[in-house]
Design a protein around this ligand. Structure first.
Ligand code: SF4
Length: 295
């Protein structure tokens, strides 16, 4: 296994920097839980957190924004490909992009500003475009799941001994993510995941939400949003079935099989007694959730 210069640089950093991994919730498609937590720690990462807590904060902000601005219409900016596409092809829709950053950005701000300010962050997910977003928002390292697997393979092939590490444990001794996380937003990487995890009652009707996914449907989705003024929230995703259909997912199984893996993981987590680690909104009421880069 030969590593790219970018991955060599990361492997070097892992030997002497304090790093937190921000793991995208679609990890369940490519890796086994809870083994993935230990596998990531073995390469030198000190803490591993899910993005699900940030997704929960984001949902709260979406609900508040939709409620306080009943005459406004919004586009969800979680997919960087979509944000780019709007800038190039639909600049007239820029003002509809809701001013709330993506889960990766929010989680990065959260862990750095209050809890673990001395750490650097490593995002791992299914998306190449997230590297661009990571650079814009000051996330220190961003790799795809494929690249994460390459690093695992590299360590194995070169007999690199794991650094000493500690890990959080559930009551039954099972390794678990470091604080903080949320269960309901574990479906975020699925099409309809955002809409289904929002509390919409009294805020927005279901028929005011439009979900569009996959490259073939994007233009029609934007046109529908422009023409149908009843739609107040457009969740539009560049990949089919959103991130589980991303080109940098390793898994070659059908989209249905991938979706099942995410839902199975959510069920597993619901049964798992790790409630003490669930993130509450009050832990981060002070956090800047806007899309403005802070550096
Ligand atoms: S939908 Fe595709 S392009 Fe958009 S964030 Fe997910 S993996 Fe990346």
């Amino acid at each position: 296994m030969t590593l790219t210069p970018e991955l060599k640089n990361l492997v070097d950093a892992l030997q002497h920097e304090k790093i937190i991994c921000l793991l995208a919730p679609s990890f369940a498609v490519d890796f086994t839980y809870p083994d993935i937590i230990l596998d990531i720690k073995k390469i030198g990462v000190e803490k591993v957190v899910e993005l699900t807590y940030a997704a929960k904060l984001i949902n709260g902000e979406y609900e508040k924004t939709l409620k306080e601005n009943p005459d406004k219409r919004y586009i969800c900016p979680n997919c960087p490909t979509i944000v780019k596409m709007i800038g190039i092809k639909y600049p007239e829709l820029k003002e509809n992009i809701i001013n709330i950053a993506s889960p990766m950005v929010i989680m990065d701000r959260f862990v750095k500003s209050e809890y673990w300010s001395e750490y650097k962050t490593l995002f791992a997910g299914p998306c190449l475009m997230k590297k661009m977003e990571a650079k814009e928002y000051g996330i220190n390292y961003a790799i795809t799941f494929k690249e994460l697997q390459n690093i695992f393979d590299y360590y194995k092939e070169n007999n690199i001994a794991p650094k000493q590490f500690t890990y959080s444990m559930a009551e039954d001794g099972t390794p678990e993510f470091d604080d903080f996380f949320n269960t309901s937003t574990k479906i975020y990487p699925l099409a309809w995941g955002v809409a289904q995890s929002l509390h919409t009652k009294g805020i927005i009707d279901k028929d005011q939400i439009l979900v569009v996914d996959g490259p073939k449907n994007l233009d029609a989705g934007f046109q529908e949003f422009k023409n149908n003024k009843n739609i107040r929230f457009l969740d539009i995703l560049a990949c089919e079935w959103w991130c589980i259909g991303g080109p940098w997912i390793i898994c070659k199984e059908s989209l249905d099989a991938r979706k099942k893996k995410v839902l199975d993981y959510k069920e597993y987590s619901k049964k798992h007694k790790d409630a003490s680690k669930v993130g509450k909104i009050k832990y981060s009421e002070w956090l800047d959730t806007s899309r403005s880069p802070q550096h």
